[in-house]
Design a protein around this ligand. Structure first.
Ligand SMILES: Nc1ncnc2c1ncn2[C@@H]1O[C@H](COP(=O)(O)OP(=O)(O)OP(=O)(O)O)[C@@H](O)[C@H]1O
Ligand SMILES: [Mg+2]
Length: 365
């Protein structure tokens, strides 16, 4: 759990230190005081990037040339970490005095579940949003997956550049070079797909329990994972290469991009066997997404043998009081959660008992 957060030249903050406690930490402040930015800083320390800024530059306070974040947290032991970003130079992470050279060493070092109003994109946006979402979660619990994804993207980028070259030189046929790329891609795709399948299986198990527990409902939230290429453990690489690649190579060359693999996988969300994307109301999307986050927490907990920190930005928007109260009851059992709000009365209405000892209010002036 996180105990201390310090930021310097980060968004609106010149310098700010926040102490955090076990239980629920309510980050209270008016609009624009920097509540979301504080969650963003915590998020940065685990994912090495922002959940909203496309570029790290955006997080540097306007007019300054770097930002710094420092955190102290307890897992089995006490840890200290800092993340620095310097314009034109890039970022550097130091964990317990040691500089991490690879970004893949940062991701997942400080497990957390993050929820924000932007998440509506995951349930209602295009398929790429869901792929990004699940990649981020799986990367957090499996370094191997993250490395496979990085390698896959690299080979894919080269393969696509090569397809472009073939198109420009009007060579519309399968080549030895494509075969070399495909032989590299297929084992990566096999591992990525298998991992995605496994994690979605875990999600479904937890979603079922959570729906039952929280809504006491026979209704079920379910995810169907549809890989673009099915590659069984013992399937023949050569056959897959022929079926996937050679068959559609002319089309690939014409379009200058690869048309198969994990970038085409789909995740479909269902509520009571009805696809969420077409039918659910805003509140139902929100409930589904919140349950997905709680499921994510369970998965991290069982894989990491440590409870993640829950970061909730604007949790109660779109939720009616009854639903919020049920969700709050669940969150009260967590080791640590950070919840932002502009209004304590609103939290109370949604069932957060602000006077209790495990509830701490951190006011941002
Ligand atoms: N790079 C930056 N430099 C300086 N200020 C910034 C930078 N980026 C954002 N801000 C400002 O920081 C302020 C805080 O934003 P933030 O989203 O954290 O507020 P918030 O407390 O979550 O507000 P709300 O209650 O509306 O969600 C905003 O006024 C924004 O304009
Ligand atoms: Mg905010």
């Amino acid at each position: 759990m996180i105990r201390k957060l310090y930021v310097k030249q980060f968004r609106i903050f010149d310098e700010k230190t926040v102490y955090l406690f076990p239980g629920i930490n309510i980050i209270l402040g008016k609009n624009g005081t920097g509540k979301t930015s504080l969650l963003e800083a915590v998020y940065f320390m685990n994912f090495s990037k922002s959940f909203k800024a496309p570029r790290d530059d955006d997080m540097v306070q306007r007019g300054k040339d770097y930002f710094q974040i420092y955190t102290e947290w307890e897992q089995a032991e006490y840890h200290r970490a800092s993340g620095n970003f310097l314009r034109n130079k890039g970022k550097r992470f130091i964990f317990d005095g040691e500089t991490l050279t690879k970004i893949s060493d940062v991701v997942g070092s400080f497990p957390m579940v993050f929820q924000s109003p932007e998440d509506y994109r995951v349930t209602s946006g295009p398929g790429a949003e869901r792929r990004i979402y699940f990649d981020r979660i799986i990367s957090q619990v499996s370094r191997k997956y993250l490395q496979d994804m990085m390698q896959y993207r690299k080979v894919l980028k080269n393969r696509n550049a090569y397809l472009k070259q073939l198109c420009e030189s009007k060579k519309h046929r399968y080549t030895r070079q494509l075969e070399i790329y495909d032989i590299q891609l297929i084992p990566l795709i096999r591992r990525i797909t298998t991992m995605r399948e496994k994690v979605i299986g875990l999600f479904n198990r937890h979603l079922k329990i959570l729906y039952g527990e929280i809504f006491n409902d026979a209704g079920v939230g379910k995810i169907r994972y549809k890989p673009s290429v099915q590659i069984a453990e013992n399937s023949d690489t050569e056959q897959i290469r022929k079926e996937q690649s050679e068959k559609q190579v002319e089309k690939e060359i014409a379009l200058k991009r690869t048309l198969w693999g994990p970038n085409y996988d789909q995740y479909v969300f269902y509520r009571n066997d009805v696809p969420l994307i077409h039918y659910a109301s805003q509140g139902e999307h929100k409930i589904w997404m919140t349950l997905l986050k709680l499921a994510e927490g369970e998965i991290i907990r069982s894989r990491e043998k440590a409870e993640p920190v829950f970061l909730f930005d604007d949790l109660f928007a779109e939720l009616d009081v009854g639903n919020s109260r049920r969700i709050v009851e669940n969150i009260m059992t967590k080791k640590q959660a950070l919840i932002t709000t502009t209004d304590l009365n609103d939290l109370r209405r949604h069932g957060v008992k602000t006077g209790e000892k495990d509830i701490h209010i951190i006011e941002i002036p």
